[in-house]
Design a protein around this ligand. Structure first.
Ligand SMILES: [Zn+2]
Length: 118
């Protein structure tokens, strides 16, 4: 009873969510084309859309947002990058969360599979 209807509306909802995601992604990927507060709210909005609809965050924006406070990392003033023990560390300047990229001191010796390793 009402099951099919529910499924259909869920699909529609997911489609809308994906559309919203791609829109927010384009904002985050082109931060200079938008006012700064729009870019920052796009990051928060993206997190809400993704969590609510249980979608994964597009890979290209994963490195552009803080995974903890969902602050935008589209501008260099919003995070700090350091190389330590062969890893790239991104420190969020909003909440201090440190994100590590790369597998360690020996990771760059083997052929890279994921391109830039993000
Ligand atoms: Zn943060």
């Amino acid at each position: 009873m009402g099951r099919r209807k529910q499924r259909r509306s869920r699909q529609q909802r997911e489609q809308k969510a994906q559309h919203a995601q791609s829109h927010l992604t384009s904002i985050l990927m082109n931060p200079l084309n938008h006012p700064r507060d729009v870019v920052e709210s796009a990051a928060v909005h993206l997190s809400k859309v993704s969590q609510r609809h249980r979608l994964s965050v597009p890979t290209e924006v994963r490195s552009r947002v803080c995974r903890k406070c969902w602050g935008s990392h589209s501008f260099t003033s919003q995070f700090r990058v350091r190389i330590k023990a062969g890893q790239r560390l991104h420190t969020c300047l909003h909440c201090g969360y440190i994100r590590r990229y790369g597998a360690g001191p020996k990771a760059h010796r083997v052929a890279r599979i994921n391109g830039r390793g993000e």
